[in-house]
Design a protein around this ligand. Sequence first.
Ligand SMILES: *[C@@H]1O[C@H](CO)[C@@H](O)[C@H](O)[C@H]1NC(C)=O
Ligand SMILES: *[C@@H]1O[C@H](CO)[C@@H](O)[C@H](O)[C@H]1NC(C)=O
Ligand SMILES: *[C@@H]1O[C@H](CO)[C@@H](O)[C@H](O)[C@H]1NC(C)=O
Ligand SMILES: *[C@@H]1O[C@H](CO)[C@@H](O)[C@H](O)[C@H]1NC(C)=O
Length: 962
Amino acid sequence: MGKVYYISKNVGIGLFVLAAIALTTIIALSIAYHKERIKNRGRPGDGASDNTSVPTPSTTPFTSKDPWDHYRLPDSLFPISYNLTLWPRLEPNADGLYIFTGNSAVVFKCVKETDLVIIHSNKLNLTGNQVKLSGLGDASAPTVDKFWFVVKTEYLVLQLRSSLAVGASYVLHTEFQGELADDLEGFYRSEYTEDGVKKIVATSQMQATFARKAFPCFDEPAMKAIFNVTIIHNPGTVALSNSRETDTADSVIDGIPIKVTTFEPTKRMSSYLLAFIVSDFVSIQSNQNSNLLVRIWARKKAINDGHGDYALSVTGPILQFYEEYYSAAYPLSKSDQIALPDFNAGAMENWGLVTYRETALLYDPFVSSTANKEGITSIIAHELAHMWFGNLVTTRWWNDLWLNEGFASYVEYLGADHAEPTWDMKDQIVLYDVHKVFAVDALASSHPLSRREEEVNEPSQISEMFNTISYSKGAAVLRMLSEFLTEPVFARGLSSYLNTFAFSNTVYTDLWDHLQQAVENTASVQIPHTVHDIMNRWTLQMGFPVITIDTQTGRITQKHFLLDPESVVHRPSQFNYTWFVPVKWMKTGVEQQQYWLLQKTDTNSQMRVSGNDWVLANTNVSGYFRVNYDLGNWERLLSLLSTNHQALSVINRAQIIDDAFNLARAKIVSTTLALTTTKYLHKERDYMPWESALRNLDYYILMFDRTEVYGAFQAYLKKQIQPLFGHFKSITANWTKIPEGHTDQYNQINAIAIACDVGVEGCRELIKSWYRQWMENPSHNLIHPNLKSTVYCRAIAYGGVKEWDFAWTMFKNATLASEASRLRAAMACTKLPWLLNRYLEYTLDPTKIRKQDATSTIRVIAQNVVGMPLAWNFIRAKWSYIFQQYGKGSFSFTNLVAGLTMRFSTEFELQELKQFKEDNLHIGFGSATMALEQAIEKITSNIKWVRDNKAHVHKWLTDEST
Ligand SMILES: *[C@@H]1O[C@H](CO)[C@@H](O)[C@H](O)[C@H]1NC(C)=O
Ligand SMILES: *[C@@H]1O[C@H](CO)[C@@H](O)[C@H](O)[C@H]1NC(C)=O
Ligand SMILES: *[C@@H]1O[C@H](CO)[C@@H](O)[C@H](O)[C@H]1NC(C)=O
Ligand SMILES: *[C@@H]1O[C@H](CO)[C@@H](O)[C@H](O)[C@H]1NC(C)=O
């Protein structure tokens, strides 16, 4: 599934919680659901915001007796193809219910003797002739004795009078009716308003286990089949599905005029990749890739205003890039991408019909920021990568989801880089995936990438697989693999894997085998163990190492890196937490070279240096590990930064800062050493190092913004940011234009956000005047899209109810979702408690805040230092209601708990959380269960950290700010 991330990224909401700033706001907003990697400033204090620990114990252990009590289908029947007709009603029926009706004929083959037909079906009512089983060819079907639904395991079960014949094929006919609910799952309805008129779209989200809510089907990824789809719909609407439409005929049913659209048979595919959409949307198209039909669909107005143009312009190049990279033609005859007003995930890679949130696909040059644009490019590149990897070749079961999502999360940077070569996209994976997931994977409660198939059964366990570890660690280790194999070898292995397993299923070791083959066919690449053995260390055990290089002796060691050195790892590892570590490194005057650390300790005499010479390891952070040095080398690196920082690449500058701060958290180096890495920043103009520093300092803010340390903190930061603010002021001709460089644009946002938060002269006035101009002339918003989030948030923080209410009006009238999302985040920035409380109430009123946005809005409010206690009270008071309404399928729920508790750093707050857990055990926490456990772990470590560091951080900051 796609992730959401977007829009946000750099959107620069600043760091500072200072001015009651909901910093990471947008992020949180745009984000949304589980899998999302928050492409924004992931605060260290916030790292564990995803589902990342051990699986939740299932509530009632039940001993399965009958085949239908198992969550996995028996291996006796396999589908071959389906005829499926669906008819969604876009008007409510006499009972006020929106429904769809349908019928299906599935041809399946019996491969093991059985007198049961077990097929998934969830929340469907059978109608008409109910069920009918017939034989295909010579086979005659046994009589159906009885049939029933099993709610818990989501099956329709047919008990037959005698057994099916092994080798024979049968057809199961069903007629059914389901609700076209607005629950964002299966075949569902999405509502939006256009020109004051309420409109309905019937659309779908099948991943992971919702196809069974649209029609009875063998709903597991390895149950690939061909689908012959027909959709019945109203005149004036258009029906879309995975394959190209072959015919649209007018007809009449019960006196009602209808259209019947039929589609080409699909390729052999998994049910979770199906999509059915009926809307009055329109499209733009191009045929630039030879015969391939490429279309972008959206609301008429959005298309007419050109908001789909950017997406269309990058889709062709991205598809071409993958065709070359994979050495495999795009597997389908068309590529549709559609922007939906109401959509849970960021995007979903349905084969041939990719669905997106509007914010993830539509770009308006006058309203969208550079970060929005980058978000769109990356998410398209992510989803299109899946058209081969994931869709054409699919892992057998959800336990290998990490391979699918990790892969797409890695190659999306390559695809996006191809579409926008000036953006330095390939560097950014370090900030947005590697550093981000380090924070999560450094916890004792982390888990390995790979799970055994039998550990993942129930739908809730499947949902848990969509987490940061799967996406970002998956991306990081695959990138490392590609780096040490070299890209051409990696691509060759990949291509052979895709061609071998096209239209079928794999397990992750199949990829290792094909990569190994590619290595063996390449004389120039040597690796010390097989791909399989090297990668097992990274995928079967959780966490990652910190390697320590002693440049006096050349000794090099590795150790499992734990953010909290006192945490206890309960999970045993067959590899005893050692890794085969590919270390790319360099030293003064010597170019990058490759070295493998294969034991706990080793000596490499080349790493011995003297005088002013330094060693730097993990160049460009191509490996998934942290690096520590002897103090002398640290000092030489710090002195290099302060005298000639450009001697190191931006990635490595960012890395030194990030490693130092995290090593300090783990008590491997001193907090003072970490803070010292920020001293050179008054000379730094590049985005990555600044971003890295600000993210790390975020933790200091969270821990200290309610204490006396905060004054000194602001003073220090003011001193460091002032030159950057001045730099941007001058290169933008006194804020009259936008910097040219892509990442400079992001850093401009940082400069303004932080400068305002710490009170750099002229900053707040600038913000207020921009917002005031807009309030005076609402139809002429002159604030540059890049700066909008920052400006809105701060103007609301510095203002009162007038500024807030203006934002609310603009939010309600916003036609572009990304603009609405910014405003929604910004409204959480006010410092006035009554406005925050009123806003909290709004979140539970779907006419004010869309259901899909409720939990993320509460989360942003909690990020505001004033809003946090209010949101915490609000959640405690209304847990049972919120849980019922939003808890089950809503993935952002997990983030809510992390967001609410990210400042918690006292014994008292820890007790409050534990009490909350006690008090609500009877209601439950659903997908937030793991997040609660992680929050408790985080808070415990926060308490210790504050106790150990407060005094000397205060002193250091005081000394350095004068
Ligand atoms: C679907 O169409 C294909 C291709 O025409 C055909 O082979 C298959 O039998 C059809 N499936 C069913 C269930 O009739
Ligand atoms: C599927 O539909 C096609 C076209 O209407 C029809 O010829 C075929 O018999 C159907 N297959 C089954 C198994 O009902
Ligand atoms: C399915 O049947 C149940 C029980 O009769 C009924 O409450 C429900 O509304 C039906 N659903 C649909 C979509 O018809
Ligand atoms: C695993 O590592 C620990 C800590 O370094 C060491 O004490 C222990 O002997 C190792 N165990 C095995 C089985 O290698």
